[in-house]
Design a protein around this ligand. Sequence first.
Ligand code: ADP
Ligand code: MG
Length: 140
Amino acid sequence: MAGNKTFTMLKPDAVENGYTGKILDMIIDAGFKIKAMKLTHLNEEQAKKFYEVHKDRPFYMELVEYMTSGPIVAAILEKENAVEDFRKLIGATDPAEAEEGTIRKYFAASKAKNAVHGSDSDENAEIECKFHFSDNEIVG
Ligand code: ADP
Ligand code: MG
């Protein structure tokens, strides 16, 4: 059965460019409930660990540098079929391929600086939520 929880980050370019409110509006309008949220600035160790699955990809260090370049907004989102529906809302990794009406189509600058993260499976959503939030930071 599909889970009801996903994890997102509004990435440094989105926060820096003042898109936080607009992106959160789109997320809430799409029916997601915010269960936890924080403004934070990842250090190198955290960014490397979060994106460890990509450690052998050529863009890994570029990604770590980008994700540590400024504050991010991390959040846990709840909705039926959350992971899949959120991936639809954010659009393709490369904004040039993202559908009209998606967050990345509106706000992503490039395939690297693509404004927003969304978990790709229920299993990873669980891991990513735990990576950023302790139980007492999540509302019931
Ligand atoms: P997604 O975020 O859509 O799940 P991936 O998991 O494949 O995409 O990649 C993680 C992140 O790494 C992307 O969101 C993007 O910021 C960055 N990235 C992916 N592919 C590239 C690339 N070819 N060059 C630079 N950065 C990339
Ligand atoms: Mg991914």
